[in-house]
Design a protein around this ligand. Structure first.
Ligand SMILES: NC(=O)c1ccc[n+]([C@@H]2O[C@H](COP(=O)([O-])OP(=O)(O)OC[C@H]3O[C@@H](n4cnc5c(N)ncnc54)[C@H](O)[C@@H]3O)[C@@H](O)[C@H]2O)c1
Length: 331
């Protein structure tokens, strides 16, 4: 049995990971500072679900090192999964300062605390955003990551560099996971699949940037969690993995999949490309397949149906907002 500490446990990925680890019998303790980047009620609701499953999520900002130390010591932690961060590409253009505290100071805080606990293995969230302007697809872990397209990507790359330095200096065990557009039930309300769903249900137009000619490697949350659990178990000294679906999907296909799952047509507002965005993300997962036995299984169609089911339940979407479209699915 492992004793696992998860930062950002009330977040989307942290919530699912904590549930899975608890289910398999690990001791799991979470922390989160419940910021208001998106509705904190959703984070509270996730924390409540975790509490029901036997996982506590304490309120803590990861820059509070003394409290972190006490928790790691008190609970005899063996593994730390660091997911707490200020996420979001768009937000990093509008609110750059929000990324300094959680993503830079916060990451140093985690590394500094781990110096005192050399036996604790660190697994942390990086991002497909580190590939930035890299044009070569699929993105291989050894591809260029020195041309970020936005500050969010730059902070995630900085995390990888800092982790390497601490591994080199102090032998800290560090594994980076470059997540590719995770989606699913209990997901993040700032992400396109979520905002589109909300707008389609409300009959509002959805903004389709670059006229829909962008591709993302959407990766279902259960696949993300399976890859993360395998990385925790691997206990590698210093590695980087891509966790993506290896199957990029265009924005227009995403919209069509949502329309079919919701049984309602979207009103599309075609717009030019936004600054800071990239045209395509596409994970090369050969290394993850070999070392983590990572084989993503959930198609976008299946995953979006799961998300839409949850969305209707969570937001109490009344049945009368749905109507069958072109004879396709109406769940
Ligand atoms: N979801 C994705 O598609 C995706 C893709 C690539 C990378 N990531 C990374 O994976 C991690 C988890 O992402 P997510 O989608 O679950 O995001 P999320 O925003 O749902 O979860 C992050 C959680 O961290 C918490 N947090 C932020 N700063 C904190 C601090 N200083 N102290 C304590 N808690 C803090 C937030 O309150 C939030 O609950 C993040 O590091 C994110 O950058 C996510």
């Amino acid at each position: 049995m492992k004793r696992i500490f998860i930062t950002g446990a009330a977040g989307f990925i942290g919530f699912h990971l904590a549930r899975q680890l608890k289910k398999r019998g690990d001791f799991v303790l979470g922390v989160d500072h419940f910021n208001s980047y998106y509705d904190p009620q959703l984070k509270k609701a996730r924390a409540l679900e975790l509490q029901k499953a036997g996982v506590q999520v304490e309120t803590l900002d990861i820059i509070e090192r003394d409290k972190l130390k006490l928790l790691l010591m008190k609970h005899g932690i063996t593994h730390l999964v660091h997911l707490a961060a200020q996420a979001g590409v768009r937000h990093s253009i509008l609110h750059p300062d929000d990324y300094v505290s959680s993503n830079l100071e916060g990451f140093v805080s985690i590394l500094e605390v781990l110096r005192l606990f050399p036996s604790i293995k660190l697994t942390y969230a990086s991002s497909s955003s580190v590939y930035g302007l890299n044009q070569k697809t699929p993105f291989h872990v050894s591809d260029r990551t020195d041309q970020p397209a936005n500050l969010y990507g730059a902070t995630k790359k900085a995390n990888e560099l800092m982790a390497h330095a601490y591994h080199h200096l102090y032998g800290t065990s560090v594994t980076a996971l470059r997540y590719f557009t995770a989606y699913g039930p209990w997901g993040r309300p700032d992400m396109a699949y979520y905002t589109f769903t909300k707008k389609i249900c409300a009959g509002e137009p959805i903004p389709v940037f670059n006229y829909g000619r962008m591709k993302r490697d959407f990766t279902y949350i259960d696949d993300i969690v399976n890859g993360t659990v395998a990385a925790i178990d691997l206990e590698a000294p210093c590695e980087i993995f891509n966790l993506g679906n290896h199957c990029p999907v265009s924005l227009l296909s995403l919209i069509q999949t949502l329309e079919e799952a919701l049984g309602k047509e979207a009103i599309q507002e075609m717009l030019p490309m936004q600054t800071g965005e990239v045209l395509e993300t596409f994970a090369d997962i050969e290394k993850s397949q070999t070392l983590l036995n990572f084989h993503p299984r959930v198609s976008l169609q299946e995953g979006i149906l799961q998300f839409v089911d949850w969305f209707k339940w969570y937001h109490r979407v009344p049945i009368y907002t749905h109507y069958a479209m072109k004879g396709t699915i109406s769940s």
